[in-house]
Ligand binder design. Structure first.
Ligand code: ATR
Length: 285
């Protein structure tokens, strides 16, 4: 490794608690090397109690960072502590990307852009459908709901085990977003063109419930924001039932693009080399 490249350029971070499983250093490190840019990107574990001081050091310039990514459990606090969060963050109440600009700490949330960029790449035209089903109403679903709504779909149906959480999100994201209990799934799936899993069902090899996807439109796309395993049990079921599927790894890769561009000045490409590097890392761990 070329040490001077790491010590000379801008420094960026990813912080969370815990942080050791983050694949962001691999992604940004890959781009720095591929583009032969000076700079570094490292993981920093920061507890919730330490987080305000970490942000203060970032704002004052003492930390030497130009910005970074924020993950669980700090996204809400990052939004609150930023000087200038953008509109996307305001609506979500959470930020995952921070950068210093004109002495102010700016913040955005790139998860939704990651989600739509992945579908744009893999299934162009995915948004030319009337309605989408979003399974899950946790923190991870919010950016997805916002992004799909902002692409102009007429109806977005959130289905969640705890109906109150689905109602909260329907209220937050406006009149095109509707809340439903799990029992309504077969009925509301009828004719829908997009099915998105945002729950942890089937993550890390857990069993997922059986879902009958056949009420969906024949051309429907089924996608999952979970990417471990790459083909989640929900995606495997949909594929076996004849539907087009898109895995969640591309969302992780694409959400990283805007931050890299802010900190290092170049817009990086999400390509097969990067995807293969992350898959190889997943196979090792
Ligand atoms: P995250 O912030 O990562 O999305 P979360 O807030 O814990 O995580 O949300 C997880 C989502 O998976 C929720 O929609 C959750 O449903 P509840 O709101 O009813 O808890 C959903 N989920 C997790 N396990 C589930 C299960 N066994 N059956 C149905 N839904 C489940």
């Amino acid at each position: 490794m070329d040490d001077s490249r790491e010590t000379l350029g801008p420094r960026a971070f990813v912080t969370g608690f815990p942080i050791k499983h983050s694949r962001s250093p691999l992604i940004h490190g890959h781009w720095l090397k591929a583009l032969d840019l000076p700079g570094s990107y490292g993981a920093h574990e920061v507890t919730p109690a330490e987080f305000p001081a970490f942000i203060q050091a970032l704002k004052s310039g003492d930390s030497g960072f130009v910005g970074g990514n924020v993950t669980i459990p700090h996204k809400e606090m990052a939004f609150r502590l930023a000087d200038q969060p953008d509109e996307l963050s305001e609506e979500l109440g959470a930020s995952n990307t921070l950068w210093l600009e004109d002495g102010r700490l700016r913040a955005t949330n790139t998860d939704g852009r990651g989600f739509t960029a992945n579908l744009d790449e893999r299934r162009p035209g995915w948004d030319k459908v009337r309605s989408a089903i979003i399974l899950g109403a946790g923190g991870a679903s919010r950016a997805v709901i916002q992004a799909v709504r902002d692409r102009g779909l007429d109806e977005i149906h959130i289905v969640n085990r705890t109906i109150e959480r689905a109602h909260e999100l329907a209220d937050r994201f406006g009149p095109k977003v509707h809340a439903h209990p799990m029992s309504s799934l077969p009925e509301i799936m009828k004719g829908a063109g997009l099915f998105i899993n945002t729950t942890s069902l089937g993550m890390d090899g857990d069993e997922a419930p059986r879902i009958d996807f056949t009420p969906l439109a024949d051309s429907a796309v089924v996608t999952d924001i979970v990417y471990v395993p790459l083909k989640t049990p929900i995606l495997a079921q949909a594929e076996a039932q004849g539907f087009s599927i898109v895995d969640g790894l591309g969302m992780l890769l694409h959400q990283a693009v805007p931050g890299f561009e802010k900190w290092f000045g170049y817009r990086p490409a999400v390509d097969e080399t990067l995807r293969a590097a992350v898959i190889a890392d997943m196979e090792r761990h």
